[in-house]
Design a protein around this ligand. Sequence first.
Ligand SMILES: *Cc1c(COP(=O)(O)O)cnc(C)c1O
Length: 370
Amino acid sequence: MASRKVINFAPGPAKLPEQVMKQAQDEFVSFGESGISVLEMSHRGSDFLDIINTAENNLRDLMNIPDNYKVLFLQGGGNGQFAAVPLNLMNFKPGCKADYIVTGSWSAKAAKEAEKYGQVNYVLPNMKDYTSIPDVSEWKLDPEASYVYYCDNETVHGVEFHFIPDTNEVPLVVDMSSNILSRPIDVTKFGLIYGGAQKNIGCAGVTVVIVREDLLGHAQPICPTIFDYRVQAGNSSLYNTPPTFSIYMMGLVFKWLVQQGGAHAMKDLSNEKSSIIYEVIDQSNGFYCVPVEPTARSRMNICFRIGSKDGNATLEKLFIEGAAKKGMQSLKGHRSVGGIRASVYNAITIEETQALATYMKEFKRQNHLN
Ligand SMILES: *Cc1c(COP(=O)(O)O)cnc(C)c1O
């Protein structure tokens, strides 16, 4: 395999484990004894059925998913679920309404999409910028809501929940696109969990949906059949042609995760990696700053500024260019917020994180404002 001399801090699609890439390469032209590529095989043939079933079983083990939850592998990405969730669940209770906890641009987008299909109650006061999770005492939850929706890790703003909201029996729906399998979670606390694969568990094209059985069968009549969870569950995600290669890649990542020690190991790894970077920031005497409140800092997407909380455009540009010269790619913050964002998903190693920390210290020495 051509050597990979870069460190890819991209927010998604993101770095995949080298071992996974290597195995995919080895099997690319002919998978196992089949004589054909995964790209070329029937989604109903025994080889692919084995791939998809093994992926599901490994995911069930990794996340400790109880039997009364269905696992679906769907298309349409996170944005697809912004629509599929209200289309399937808003009618769970009379009134067709849902609570949305908006803590960043992804949950904001999800709430906006849901407004097409029912009544959206905004749980939090409107925030100018997304830098914190308001105290639970300020939340306005509606006990009649069909579900409560939130995003566990806001990829653009670097805001992550470090607790599971208590919704008092109202089903909890979570977007875990950018932190799924980065720590163990108690699946039984949720009605539905979903995540696009391209950040933490694979490549673009497949979205995992884990849904409690009693929530199936309430889809609105206008719900497209391919987005109807009951239909997809009844057909083991094979109602139509699924994204076969993306499911295969995700399955390889699950096997890799099992070998690495699963969600517990990923939690330790994520804590260690994010601490390495946040420590450099916190010990920089204000040269680097994190706009997000300490209690809501993301372990996955570390967003920071140089000079002040509003950033210094010249220094930030210099920082990103200097990093690129050292092979550290995709550190530019999202265009809507600016600044720097280091995405340190599961495939990013401690050594790669340390290389960034070293560069940050060096850059500070060379560009200190005083
Ligand atoms: C990337 C992302 C999305 C959008 O995913 P698409 O597959 O591009 O639609 C949604 N939610 C979160 C948290 C994300 O990080």
